[in-house]
Design a protein around this ligand. Structure first.
Ligand code: SF4
Length: 279
């Protein structure tokens, strides 16, 4: 019997959920860790800057690839979409060659597969949410898969510390019967230098305990900062001279503007690592 059965699978902690919980995703945890003040402006005050058209185009293309993978997983026809978009067609065909076991799997009723698999876990007064691009599980192991459409894979050590990796693995162990050693997370970079590449993370009980500690510390900090914010105190900023300010849309507000050699202010994030929009 599978240790993970979709809707029949539940998290006991959810049964005692209080009426009000602050929902947090991996992106919000990353932001909170990078700069608490940026988290305050972005999520508490919902301040945004005008959208950059080039970023938007990349995000849209990334989202369409995710949608296509979801439709394919659900057995829906995708040919008309591929014919209409050469970029998607080339990504899809390169990915199908690189990972046929994922794109065209041999069906087997002992294996659970679900795209856009959604899971939640309550920790303290927060509801942590994850959406796995694809989850494949059987009675031995579970694999989390994630698609990335930006061109350059990040450094593996950095990716290991990203909250997407930490939280996705953590939540699966906390909401299933799988041992840490029986789960993994694999990122697929579908257009990495023209050829799909993957980065895989295995997991251990020690890493799970480390993530639990790190997560609880970050959430304890958030609880304190929220209490102070309600009394009129702003969230902490990163130290002056931090690289994070160079790419931050709130640099003017924080008086952290850094001019480039050309004398202009460069506030744009690295376009090669921009996140796709979640479906
Ligand atoms: S400018 Fe710097 S201190 Fe201000 S929100 Fe951005 S990263 Fe934080």
């Amino acid at each position: 019997m599978l240790r993970l059965l979709g809707d029949r699978f539940y998290n006991k902690r959810m049964l005692s959920t209080p009426t009000y919980l602050l929902r947090l995703s991996q992106g919000q945890l990353n932001l909170l860790e990078r700069c608490p003040r940026q988290f305050q402006h972005t999520y508490l005050e919902q301040l945004t800057s005008p959208a950059n058209p080039e970023h938007e185009d990349k995000q849209t293309l990334g989202s369409r690839f995710h949608l296509l993978m979801q439709q394919q997983e659900m057995g829906l026809p995708i040919n008309s979409f591929l014919q209409a978009d050469t970029q998607l067609k080339s990504w899809m065909s390169a990915f199908a060659n690189a990972a046929p076991e994922i794109v065209t799997p041999i069906t087997d009723n002992q294996t659970f597969r679900e795209s856009e698999h959604y899971r939640t876990l309550q920790v303290q007064d927060y509801l942590l949410t994850v959406i796995y691009d694809l989850l494949i599980a059987d009675n031995q192991q579970a694999q989390i898969l994630d698609w990335k459409t930006y061109p350059k894979p990040p450094d593996k050590r950095n990716l290991a510390q990203n909250w997407q990796t930490l939280l996705y693995l953590y939540v699966l162990v906390e909401t299933s019967e799988y041992l840490p050693e029986n789960i993994s997370m694999t990122y697929w970079f579908v257009q990495s230098e023209g050829r799909p590449k993957n980065i895989k993370f295995t997991y251990t009980n020690k890493q799970h305990q480390q993530t639990a500690k790190k997560l609880n510390q970050l959430l304890n900090n958030l609880t304190n900062w929220l209490a102070l914010y309600q009394q009129g105190q702003q969230f902490p900023q990163v130290i002056e001279g931090s690289k994070a300010c160079n790419y931050c849309q709130f640099a003017t507000r924080c008086q952290r503007i850094q001019a480039t050699e050309e004398g202009r202010v460069d506030l744009l994030p690295n376009i090669d690592t921009i996140q796709e929009v979640s479906l």
